[in-house]
Design a protein around this ligand. Structure first.
Ligand SMILES: *[C@@H]1O[C@H](CO)[C@@H](O)[C@H](O)[C@H]1NC(C)=O
Ligand SMILES: *[C@@H]1O[C@H](CO)[C@@H](O)[C@H](O)[C@H]1NC(C)=O
Ligand SMILES: *[C@@H]1O[C@H](CO)[C@@H](O)[C@H](O)[C@H]1NC(C)=O
Ligand SMILES: CC(=O)N[C@H]1CO[C@H](CO)[C@@H](O)[C@@H]1O
Length: 789
């Protein structure tokens, strides 16, 4: 075309007007008649009626400049274009479909497509594009489908897609993406489907998919994601289908999937060993869940999805025993179609899950099953032995770390579903926490007789079989905290006679596991906080653990304690806080003669009667009764307690008056904060005592109204009390005289806590100025002087 124009211009210079006219006609012909003219480059195939042109496999190194301007569909596959320059398609602005597959394109220059405002589909698959630059797709304002599969894209620069406001489908499969940065797909206001399959993604920024408000389908299969990207996915409120197949995830925890519109979730061919029953709890519309080809042995009923229709468990080693019963029952009730077959036990193997009846799912043969399993392990060990022998490499189970020198072995949080075995024989600390064992069969720790400390916290253990710890002759510390234990059999701990510290807090034990403790004569400390124990019902239930010194029962629901239930000659520390006790368990402690620390805070004890602590009064040193709603303490409630008591904590109650504290001469800590104390002359002794002792303490008036909130220390009402007349010797006598002023019976007779009673001397009157300066000093509410350890 340029040659033609040049020659025409030459002609022009010779024959003026005529030639100008000729040029005009020629130009018109070029513009108006190309279809009829059917200009088709020699090396292309054209269909003029459809305005399409294909120039495939011709070693073209550029977009042919002779392509007819009116062309709408152009296929330039299998050429050798290498670099697409700016304005590469300036001469064919009507294109709607452009294919540039297999063109060895390395780079797309900024503005290469700028003139293609009508293009709907662009195929750049099978090239060598490495980077998507900010302006690469500039001008493609009508584009609906962009295909970039099979390139080498490693990087998406921010703003690459901002001009593609009409794009529905973006396909970037088979590239080399490792990471998706924040806002990578900004501007795709109409995107429906984003395909990122078969890259090497191992990380997605939290805002990687931000702004994709119309996205309904996301394909991330065949990548390297080890964790479900919960935060990132939460941004995708409209996505209904999510494919994460073939990613190396091993575990999905609580609330992993939080996607309100999701209906189809593909998690097949991953490495899932466990799945929390609440993993899908935030995906209420999920109807199809594909978990096929993972390593699931069990599955709990899934809470959350109400519409689940299909659950594909094909290709998992599902063990069809009683643990599968809840799933079966749930599936039946919810009409969930279960796909897959049982992997065992042998008589059920290959039986479709749908066909197995709940009655066939038994654990009666579980012992046999475990035996089989162990035999299997033994066998494989024996099989391994001959070859392993020459190596003489120190042993350590798969997916664990063993430090022979330090005598430590850990398999913490590695997704184990069976207790690993085969640790170095000198191991002393064995850390198996945060795995998913569900139950611990008999004899689970062979060859660990040197282990002193065994960690099994957070392992979802629901059941421990008798003799599970057999052979652990050296075990002193056992951590079973935060599991799902509901009961413990009498044989649970047989075989670990040295066990001294036992942690069972954070389980669901409904009864005190008295019988299970019988084989533990050395037990010193027992933690049972955060269980669901309702009562301590047997007298002498601690007799099987005669050495027990510390018993921690905080945060249970204990309402009753039978007489003698806590009797134990050596019991030293007893925590009963935050239970449902309505009274001090005086009778329960009738022979707990060594008790030094008693923690009762957080119960609902309104009233403490006379002699409530008498049985333990000789030994008790620390008494905590905070936040109980305590309204009244009998005058003799602390009877028997004397100079031995060092801590008395009564904060956060409803006390207006206090019992006789005078015998408590050894107090080092007293907490009276947040009680509505009645500030009249009855309180004078306390006030005196406060001023005179070095104890730090907070006491605040609740009554009468004019003093409410003021510190007992700062109230000047006491000025007018008899006995405050600065006459030394008159302290307590003067106080007693107040009877005539106030008819209420006096409960308060406080002397100095630190001074010997005889040596007590009154405090000089404080300078008036101080009160005047600060008449309404607010009580320092934060200064809650307690000494909880
Ligand atoms: C393209 O180039 C290659 C080598 O340069 C040659 O073998 C092939 O025949 C060429 N194809 C065409 C259609 O020209
Ligand atoms: C279940 O998973 C298998 C294996 O991945 C697959 O072939 C099958 O189509 C799936 N069935 C359904 C209904 O999704
Ligand atoms: C008891 O429960 C409360 C509230 O859940 C918690 O703050 C506290 O730490 C728990 N105490 C113990 C000892 O478990
Ligand atoms: C224990 C204590 O601080 N006692 C004091 C009480 O007040 C008199 C008079 O100021 C002091 O001498 C005591 O030491």
């Amino acid at each position: 075309m340029s040659n033609l124009t040049n020659s025409t211009i030459k002609m022009c210079s010779f024959a003026d007007c005529l030639s100008r006219w000729l040029v005009a006609v020629l130009m018109l012909l070029v513009i108006l008649l190309p279809a009829q003219a059917g200009r088709c480059p020699r090396f292309c195939i054209c269909d003029n009626s459809k305005l399409t042109m294909a120039c495939i496999g011709k070693n073209l190194t550029q977009v042919p400049p002779t392509i007819d301007e009116i062309t709408v569909k152009l296929d330039l596959s299998k050429n050798d274009i290498q670099v697409l320059p700016t304005h590469a398609f300036l001469h064919i602005p009507h294109l709607t479909h452009l294919t540039l597959q297999r063109c060895n394109i390395r780079a797309v220059r900024e503005g290469a497509f700028r003139t293609l405002g009508r293009l709907v589909s662009l195929n750049l698959a099978n090239n060598n594009i490495e980077i998507l630059y900010q302006e690469s797709f500039d001008g493609l304002s009508s584009l609906k489908k962009l295909t970039l599969d099979h390139n080498r894209v490693e990087e998406i620069q921010p703003g690459s897609f901002t001009q593609l406001g009409f794009l529905n489908m973006l396909s970037l499969t088979h590239n080399q993406l490792v990471y998706i940065p924040n806002m990578a797909f900004q501007g795709l206001h109409n995107i429906k489907w984003l395909r990122l399959s078969r890259n090497s993604l191992n990380n997605l920024a939290m805002e990687a998919f931000a702004g994709l408000f119309t996205l309904t389908r996301l394909s991330l299969d065949h990548n390297e994601l080890q964790f479900f990207p919960t935060q990132t996915m939460t941004r995708l409120a409209q996505v209904t289908r999510l494919d994460l197949s073939y990613n190396p995830m091993t575990y999905l925890g609580e609330d992993t999937v939080s996607m309100p519109k999701l209906t189809h979730l593909y998690l097949d061919h991953m490495s899932l060993q466990d799945l929390s029953d609440t993993a899908m709890s935030q995906a209420p519309l999920l109807s199809h869940l594909d978990l096929s080809h993972n390593q699931l042995r069990y599955l709990e009923p899934l809470s959350g999805p109400m519409e689940l229709a299909r659950l594909n468990l094909t290709g998992n080693p599902i063990h069809c025993n009683c643990y599968l019963r809840p799933l079966k029952e749930w599936a039946k009730k919810g009409k969930v179609k279960l796909m897959g077959v049982c992997a065992g036990p042998p008589h059920l193997s290959d039986e479709p899950l749908e066909a197995v009846g709940p009655m066939e799912l038994r654990c009666r043969s579980r012992e046999d099953m475990i035996k089989e399993e162990f035999e299997e392990q033994e066998e494989s060990r024996e099989r391994a032995l001959p070859t392993a022998k020459p190596k003489k490499k120190s042993k350590c189970p798969d997916n664990c770390d063993c430090d022979v020198k330090a005598q430590h072995a850990t398999c913490e949080n590695r997704g184990h579903t069976k207790v690993p075995y085969g640790f170095p024989s000198n191991t002393q600390l064995l850390d198996l926490r945060s795995n998913h064992f569900h139950y611990i069969p008999r004899n689970s720790f062979p060859g660990t007789d040197q282990v002193v400390s065994l960690h099994l916290e957070h392992c979802k253990v629901r059941e421990i079989e008798g003799s599970a710890f057999r052979g652990m002759k050296g075990l002193v510390y056992l951590y079973l905290s935060d599991n799902d234990l509901t009961s413990l059999g009498s044989e649970t701990f047989t075989g670990a006679p040295e066990l001294t510290y036992l942690h069972l807090e954070g389980n669901q034990l409904a009864m005190f596991p008295g019988a299970a403790l019988a084989p533990l004569p050395s037990l010193l400390v027992l933690h049972l906080e955060r269980n669901t124990i309702v009562k301590l019902e047997w007298a002498g239930q601690l007799s099987s653990v005669p050495k027990l010194r510390g018993l921690y029962l905080t945060n249970n629901t204990i309402a009753t304690i039978a007489p003698g239930a806590l009797n134990s000659a050596h019991l030293d520390t007893l925590h009963l806080g935050s239970n449902q006790l309505a009274e001090v368990p005086t009778d329960g402690l009738s022979k707990a003669s060594s008790l030094t620390e008693l923690y009762l805070s957080g119960n609902s004890i309104r009233w403490v009667g006379p002699k409530a602590f008498l049985p333990v009064s000789k030994s008790l040193k620390q008494l905590y009764m905070d936040d109980m709603g305590l309204e009244k303490m009998s005058r003799d409630s602390l009877a028997g307690l004397g100079s031995g008591l060092t801590t008395l904590s009564l904060g956060g109650n409803q006390l207006e008056e206090l019992p006789d504290l005078s015998p408590l001469t050894g107090l080092e800590v007293i907490n009276l904060a947040h009680n509505p104390l009645l500030c009249d002359c009855t309180l004078l002794p306390l006030r005196r005592w406060m001023e005179n002792v070095s104890l730090k303490m907070t006491a605040t008036c609740g009554h009468p109204p004019e003093f409410r909130g003021q510190s007992v220390r700062d109230v000047h009402v006491f000025k007018s009390c008899p006995g405050e007349s600065a006459s030394p010797g008159k302290t307590l006598k003067g106080f007693k005289d107040t009877k005539s002023i106030k008819p209420k019976p006096t409960l308060l007779k406080v002397t100095m806590a630190k001074a010997k009673p005889g040596k007590a001397k009154p405090m000089p009157t404080k300078p008036k100025a101080k009160h005047l300066k600060n008449p309404k000093a607010p009580a320092s509410k934060k200064n809650k002087k307690t000494n909880k350890k």
